[in-house]
Design a protein around this ligand. Structure first.
Ligand SMILES: Nc1ncnc2c1ncn2[C@@H]1O[C@H](COP(=O)(O)OP(=O)(O)OP(=O)(O)O)[C@@H](O)[C@H]1O
Ligand SMILES: [Mg+2]
Length: 374
């Protein structure tokens, strides 16, 4: 596939050239893996977890020491669906050889109840994952684990959006994966997820099965110091310029969130001219206007007091004490106790997130959009 000629990519990983920094994180990740440690990678949404894993895997693949397998669990709702996603990823990694499926892969598929058929015209084997005959997930994972352990290189599995597992029906998703991890100590795991609170709970609460079984890495924002030369370099190779001060404005507006920075830069670059302050304002307004249809819906979905509290937090940007007089009276939010309940509910819904010393709206674009309202 060919990349568009805008260097500020919004989806996927397109190579180191379009990937800003993360040098320290890459070293840390490699260090954990080469010393046999499993990893939990977590951050707020759209900071760059998935891209970092893809970048890491691209580098590790080149080293020819490891086989890397990336699995997105976002759309899975049960252990069997997770097994299906994992089996599919394993098939994509090892199954597509010219000679058809190997005997060991056939054995694994039959153990997990995946159907193998042959295309009537070409005779090419096809793998149907939809109709697993209700195989027991634990046993299926065991079969997959055995297959992976038998590979020549060591295998690293990234399970992205791992927070899904906590919501699986039956509530035993965590235990199943924990057992899997323990049964195959030679396999390396990267668990990545965006629900920070949940990720922390899964791995640090004593009662939870993942307690202390992996190294925690919290992915923070890329620094302005790294982003500035990255952005300037790409504008320059496109024959354009952007001042340092404007990049700093982009960074502040985006609250350091990688996606928002990329989005603004992508639009600015698309104008194909030296960037002015007016360009930046026009683009940020544009980005917010585009969200009108989606964001206005939140007003219908949320209870009235939560909507008001959300709006007030957005207008403040960051609120140290949401039950403090200044905030409650300043935004005419009524009783402090009801504000407290609204905040708790918004945090549960992950619309608001709690940092060490206060609260903010999780999605920076929503936050900027709300702050514009009356
Ligand atoms: N180091 C980077 N340099 C440049 N762009 C990046 C970098 N990391 C991520 N991006 C871009 O930022 C956006 C968000 O990245 P990504 O999808 O990896 O984040 P995420 O944390 O996995 O998000 P989510 O919580 O939605 O799963 C994407 O557009 C991606 O291309
Ligand atoms: Mg992701």
């Amino acid at each position: 596939m060919k990349k568009s000629d805008n260097p500020f990519v919004l989806y996927g990983y397109w190579g180191k050239k379009y990937f800003c920094d993360r040098d320290v994180e890459l070293v840390e990740l490699k260090d954990h893996l080469s010393n046999g440690r499993n990893i939990v990678l977590y951050a707020w949404r759209r900071m760059g977890k998935s891209s970092l894993i893809k970048c890491l895997f691209a580098e590790l693949d080149k080293s020819k020491i490891y086989d890397t397998i990336y699995i997105d669990l976002l759309s899975t709702q049960s252990p069997s669906e997770a097994v299906r996603a994992i089996a599919l990823a394993v098939y994509h990694k090892y199954g597509k050889t010219g000679k058809g499926l190997s005997a060991t892969m056939r054995k694994m598929f039959s153990a997990i109840g995946v159907t193998l058929s042959f295309d009537p015209l070409s005779g090419v084997p096809e793998v149907t994952f939809g109709v697993t005959q209700g195989g027991v997930p634990e046993r299926s994972l065991y079969a997959i684990g055995q297959f992976l352990e038998d590979q020549k290189r060591s295998v690293i599995l990234a399970l992205d959006e791992f927070q899904q597992v906590a919501d699986y029906e039956g509530k035993n998703g965590e235990a199943i994966f924990r057992n899997w991890m323990q049964e195959f100590p030679a396999l390396r795991f990267i668990f990545s997820g965006s629900h920070r609170g949940m990720m922390e709970a899964m791995f640090t609460e004593k009662s939870r099965p993942f307690y202390k079984s992996a190294q925690l890495i919290s992915l923070e924002a890329i620094s302005l110091e790294s982003y500035t030369p990255f952005i300037q370099k790409h504008f320059k190779s496109g024959g354009m310029s952007i001042a340092k001060e404007l990049i700093s404005e982009v960074y502040q507006w985006a609250r350091g969130q990688t996606y928002a920075i990329q989005l603004i830069c992508n639009y600015l670059y698309g104008r194909r001219r030296d960037v002015s302050e007016d360009d930046l304002h026009a683009i940020t307004h544009n980005i917010l206007d585009q969200e009108n249809a989606v964001f206005i819906n939140y007003q219908n979905i949320l209870p009235a007091n939560e909507w008001e509290v959300l709006k007030a937090i957005a207008k403040e940007g960051f609120v140290h004490s949401p039950t403090g007089q200044k905030f409650v009276l300043g935004h005419q939010l009524g009783a402090a106790s009801s504000v407290q309940r609204a905040v708790q509910s918004l945090v549960r819904k992950e619309m608001v997130v709690r940092e060490v010393d206060g609260y903010m709206v999780h999605d920076i674009i929503l936050s900027r959009w709300l702050a514009r309202l009356l």
